[in-house]
Structure formats: C-alpha cells, structure tokens
Ligand binder design. Structure first.
Ligand code: AMP
Length: 188
C-alpha cells in the first residue's frame, strides 16, 4: 500500500505528476480541486458553496474540505493506497488527515514537494489558462492563490519535515524530466 501526499505551489505540476504516479503505482488519484470542479460543473450544493471561494483564489473552508476527503478516503477504492493532490493545504487539514488515517489504521508513506522558482509560477499558470481555460487562472486570481499558498500551505513543509516525511523534487523542465525525478525518488 502506498499513501502519498503531493505538495507544491500552484502551477508546480502537482496534478500532472499525480496522474502519472497513480498510473504507475496503480492507486487512486484524490484531487480536491478536481472534486470541487466536478461539483461546480454538476451545479451541486457543494459546488455552489465551493465556487464562492475558488473563484476568488481563496481556500474552501477546512471543515467542508476535511469532510469531503474523509468520505473519499473511506471509499473502498482507496484501500490499496492513494495519492492526495491538493490536500492538505493548511495545518488544520494536515491534522485532520492524521486523524482520518489514524481511524483507518494507516499512515503516510511520503510527502513529495514539487518545487519551482517563484518567477515561473505566473507564466506557467497563464499558459495553462490558455490551454485548459480554468476560471481561476486569471492574473488577479493567480496572484491571490500564490499569496494564499505562502500564507497557509507553505507551513506544511516544516510540519512534514518535522515528521520525517518530506522529500522534494525539482519541478523545473519538461513533464518527462520531472517524472524521471519522481520515479527515482519513489524507487528509493
Ligand atoms: P487545485 O486544482 O488543487 O489548484 O485547486 C483549485 C482550487 O480549489 C484552489 O485554489 C482552492 O480554492 C480549492 N481547493 C482545492 N483543494 C483545497 C483544499 N485542500 N483546501 C481548500 N481549498 C482547496
């Protein structure tokens, strides 16, 4: 069983690498961003609530997000492990994850931080906006998401470092360059 968390600033390539990792290890991909977007498209109550925050580049409140992840991880599909992409994003969520895993007698194997230079973030996200047309990839919302990342998510690096779980992968270069680095890390 493999239980992995992927961390990284917006635009670091978490989603792309998470999908490759899940195919490679044959485990489910749990992306809170994808679940929210799916609910927004389906115009569910969760989607309507989440959209208020996502459209502004803010985080969806912890309580709602933690509940969503708990129910997803309790589905049988995650029994063989999972890659968490975009969760946790706050210390409160990291504590909640610890309790959720404790309740099902699991622990995290690794937390992989994909690093990219600050100056590449905006450029990458604007390029993605062009390709994918994500509503939260406008310059204004991107700026907000980066500041939320620094304020709320970056403290998780120290959190997981302290737990001895943090590893980092250089996110610079092509998708395949990064993937080769991910694979050699996993092999260790
Ligand atoms: P992502 O696809 O991971 O970039 O997530 C897109 C947006 O969904 C984020 O900018 C947040 O508004 C929201 N979101 C995703 N994951 C979380 C989370 N763990 N906690 C709060 N909000 C989240």
């Amino acid at each position: 069983m493999k239980t992995i968390v992927l961390l990284g600033a917006p635009g670091a390539g978490k989603g792309t690498q998470a999908k490759k990792l899940c195919d490679y290890l044959d485990i489910p991909h749990v992306s809170t961003g994808d679940i929210f977007r799916h609910n927004i498209e389906g115009k569910t109550a969760l989607g309507r609530e989440a959209e208020k925050y996502i459209s502004q580049g803010n985080l969806v409140p912890d309580e709602l997000t933690n509940r969503l992840v708990e129910s997803r991880l309790h589905e049988g599909a995650c029994d063989s492990g999972f890659v968490l992409d975009g969760f946790p994003r706050t210390v409160n969520q990291a504590d909640a994850l610890k309790s959720i895993l404790h309740r099902c007698a699991r622990t995290l194997d690794a937390v992989i931080d994909i690093t990219i230079p600050e100056e590449e973030i905006i450029e990458r996200l604007l390029k993605r906006a062009h390709i994918e047309g994500r509503a939260d990839d406008t310059r204004e919302v991107i700026t907000r998401r980066i500041s939320v990342y620094h304020q709320s998510t970056e403290p998780l690096l120290a959190y997981y470092e302290k737990e001895g779980l943090l590893c980092s992968v250089d996110g610079h270069g092509s998708i395949d360059d990064v993937w080769q680095r991910m694979k050699s890390l996993i092999a260790k």
